[in-house]
Design a protein around this ligand. Structure first.
Ligand code: FMN
Length: 160
């Protein structure tokens, strides 16, 4: 089984998540090729059994680089994908407040839904989705983030 993983990490947290995913999958005998979208050609995506897309959040959406990449991406209809994003950990004490300003509204999270919409329009089939939280605006990753990656890995169907 071969996985191609495309991410758009800006501050390095998502890149670490991609590396950890690659490491855990290697232990299961699965090859994962990791690419930053900035260095990947959306029209020349290598064939794979599964594609993973990883993006940080930006004002409730995937970062622009990822949206641009997905818009142009030449991906075969019917192929499987999974999405693993990094998002700012919710603050429970603020959870019941109703957003009033444009800035606050921007915090409404649609990072995974936007990725799903863009890929499903192209006919891709979702097999898993997951979030790894960061505790500050630019990181670091939440404690035990490797365990969260493990939980995501467990959702990926592995074929021989
Ligand atoms: C300008 C800006 C806007 C952000 N907006 C969001 C957001 O809407 N939702 C969210 O979960 N995180 C948001 N974040 C935090 C990112 O999720 C965080 O920077 C990212 O997950 C870190 O991953 P990276 O190191 O791979 O870039 C924002 C960060 C910046 C700098």
């Amino acid at each position: 089984m071969k996985i191609e993983y495309f991410h758009a990490s800006k501050h390095g947290n998502g890149a670490k998540v991609a590396e950890e995913f690659q490491r855990q999958m290697a232990a299961k005998g699965v090859t994962v090729n990791v690419h930053h979208v900035k260095h990947a050609k959306p029209k020349e995506i290598p064939p794979a059994d599964l594609y993973v897309f990883g993006s940080p959040g930006r004002f409730g959406k995937p970062i622009g680089d990822m949206r641009g990449f997905l818009k142009k991406a030449n991906l075969p209809s019917g192929v499987k994908y999974a999405v693993l994003v990094t998002e700012l950990a919710p603050e429970p004490e603020k959870a019941i407040r109703i957003p009033t300003s444009e800035e606050e509204l921007g915090k409404c999270q649609r990072v995974i839904p936007v990725i799903n919409e863009m890929l499903q329009e192209k006919g891709l089939v979702k097999v898993a989705e997951g979030k790894i939280f960061v505790t500050g605006i630019k990181g670091p990753l939440e404690p035990n983030w490797q365990k969260e990656v493990e939980a995501f890995v467990a959702k990926i169907p592995i074929s021989p």
